[in-house]
Design a protein around this ligand. Structure first.
Ligand code: PLP
Length: 392
């Protein structure tokens, strides 16, 4: 006998993985594939990342590099991450506020589990990262999607307010957003903060923001990515170096509970406890050292930017409707005909792999990842053009 909920999760294939693996099979069979399915960084890590790996391995003794650290991470590395954040924002973080995890995903599950009290409801803005639903539901909390405003894909604060109840424990906010590429403006976030402050008072308990920020540094045209804890102190950050340092396979990120968060000590301890219950021992010790040393490094975003502009301009000139993304590396496009699954199947038959938006909470949109080769992107454009003609 096995846990049926886990069995169902393990047996359901992620649509993105399925498309990606289909693409690999097609390519192995000699087909030309235009794969816009997966969000795997396509620009290399900044050179200092690899240099730091090598230097640490050469210069620091092996037992220390490969040994366990404390569960939240090595204090000097945590301190360096906190200081780098303080140098950029008006924060007063300490190393003690940072807990290194194996990426943003376990940071999210740790914090969500920490807040999953009896009857808990966790809100997320649709479109949302598809894994939020299993992260919340596996912890026996209710996942409550809130539709974004469809004109700009900003948070619809009135719709959100309607869904906040006495059971609401947190709202997951992801900006720059996967899959829309939209950055929530300061004005939007201030309105959200106003609603949550009012509702926390009304229900006499804290409603937290869980700010999922793997794309924090991926912003274009000088767009501002507001630092949420400045706007709403009850914000817990879940961060990842997967995209910002192009190292998703190295599995390193953190959650950060600042002293300004209500019950910060309790929340930090409960999130540490949930990490423990999920088998966390410590994040990889080598990676902790690397990201601490490279916390201020940034990827060269020109390639993502060029793809973003090229694909956005081409698709909108063919008649596709899409909000211009100003962050991350995705385009979220209204599916011609209104059924993204049907459209994605049609595209798949031409070896053009696009993710239908059902799992992101928007079944009438598809996502195209723009972390792809520019040549492949250019070659795919006639297929995009011919597909929309079928609907015109
Ligand atoms: N959150 C969002 C919005 C993401 O897009 C991803 C990965 O694509 C994650 C979290 C998980 O990131 P990580 O690789 O750090 O676990």
């Amino acid at each position: 006998m096995v846990n049926q909920k886990m069995l169902a999760l393990g047996q359901t294939r992620s649509c993105i993985r399925e498309l990606f693996e289909y693409g690999l099979r097609q390519a192995a069979a000699g087909e030309t594939v235009y794969d816009f399915s997966i969000g795997n960084p396509s620009i290399p890590a900044p050179p200092e990342v690899n240099e730091t790996f090598v230097s640490i391995l050469r210069n620091i003794d092996s037992l220390s590099v490969h040994g366990y650290t404390q569960a939240p991470g090595a204090m000097d590395a945590r301190q360096m991450v906190a200081e780098e954040l303080n140098s950029r924002y008006s924060s007063d973080l300490r190393g003690e506020n940072i807990f290194f995890t194996c990426g943003a995903a376990p940071a999210l599950t740790s914090v969500i589990r920490a807040l999953a009290v009896e009857g808990a409801e966790i809100l997320a803005i649709a479109p949302y990262f598809a894994e939020y639903r299993p992260f919340v539901e596996a912890n026996r909390a209710a996942f409550v999607p809130v539709p974004a405003d469809r004109a700009a894909f900003q948070i619809d604060c009135a719709a959100l307010e309607e869904r906040v109840t006495v059971h609401t424990q947190a709202v997951i906010v992801n900006s720059p957003n996967n899959p829309s590429g939209v950055i929530y403006t300061r004005e939007t976030l201030e309105r959200l903060a106003e609603v949550l402050t009012r509702k926390s008072r009304e229900f006499s308990h804290s409603i937290y923001i869980i700010s999922d920020e793997p794309y924090r540094e991926l912003a274009y045209d000088g767009a501002e990515v507001p630092f949420l804890p400045d706007i709403y102190p009850n914000t817990v950050i879940c961060y990842s170096y997967s995209k910002s340092l192009s190292m998703p396979g190295e599995r390193i990120g953190y959650f950060c509970v600042s002293d300004r968060v209500e019950d910060s000590g309790l929340l930090f301890a409960a999130a540490a406890g949930s990490a423990r219950s999920l088998g966390h021992v410590c994040a990889p010790s080598l990676q902790q050292r690397v990201v601490a040393a490279c916390a201020a490094s940034r990827p060269d975003l020109d390639a993502y930017d060029r793809n973003r502009v090229t694909l956005y301009n081409a698709l909108t000139s063919y008649g596709y409707r899409c909000v211009r993304p100003s962050g991350a590396f995705y385009l979220f496009v209204q599916a011609p005909g209104g059924d993204a699954k049907a459209f994605s199947d049609l595209a798949k038959a031409r070896n053009l792999l696009l993710v239908p938006g059902g799992d992101f909470g928007c079944p009438d949109y598809f996502r195209a990842s723009t972390c792809v080769s520019h040549e492949m992107l250019l070659q795919s454009l006639p297929i995009f053009e011919s597909l929309i003609k079928k609907y015109q």
